[in-house]
Design a protein around this ligand. Structure first.
Ligand SMILES: Nc1ncnc2c1ncn2[C@@H]1O[C@H](COP(=O)(O)OP(=O)(O)OP(=O)(O)O)[C@@H](O)[C@H]1O
Ligand SMILES: [Mg+2]
Length: 153
């Protein structure tokens, strides 16, 4: 138990410092997200899964890194705020062959336009989207959960 905790802390430190292997070739993004979901499943006692139509991504390191950080913030928000027990990361390919990732929780949801939400995370998430010409959508329904969608190429 303590050993597992040490490993988890070590891994989250690496991720927080930006040392996660996002920038390692075409499988980097999906591998990094798989590591993150394994970590969150064990650390937070939630069911956290990745579903993917595509494993190999021909994207730049910059796009991979920004998309990874967007996913990470959406996942952090979900464990911090949503209270949901299911957190799914779903990758798919659009008809124009660009990619889409959705981060979906089944938590309590929130009012997306409300001023009482003072954090920086969602603003940074949108800004990261702009940096890579991505469209990031935040949809949330009180009582049924939140979905963040990011399209990228
Ligand atoms: N998945 C979610 N489920 C429920 N509420 C959410 C979710 N994501 C965000 N929120 C709400 O939106 C607010 C703003 O989120 P944001 O990420 O910008 O800030 P934060 O997480 O509170 O702080 P920070 O990201 O700066 O550490 C949160 O405080 C929370 O009330
Ligand atoms: Mg946040």
């Amino acid at each position: 138990m303590i050993e597992q905790l040490k490993i988890s802390i070590d891994e989250s430190r690496k991720l927080a410092r930006g040392l996660s292997p996002v920038a390692l070739g075409e499988y980097g993004l999906i591998n990094a997200v798989n590591e993150l979901t394994d970590l969150y499943s064990s650390m937070y006692n939630i069911d956290c899964e990745v579903y993917s139509e595509c494993e190999a991504y021909h994207i730049t390191n910059n796009v991979a890194t920004q998309v990874f950080r967007i996913i990470q913030e959406a996942m952090n928000n979900s464990v911090k705020h949503s209270g949901g027990k299911n957190l799914n990361i779903v990758f798919s390919v659009n008809s124009d062959s660009s990619h889409k990732v959705e981060i979906i929780d089944n938590g309590k949801g929130f009012k997306t336009g409300a001023v009482e939400n003072p954090g920086m995370g969602l603003s940074i998430l949108k800004f990261r989207g702009q940096l890579i010409d991505s469209i990031v959508e935040i949809k949330s329904t009180i009582g049924s959960g939140t979905t963040i969608t990011c399209k990228f190429r």
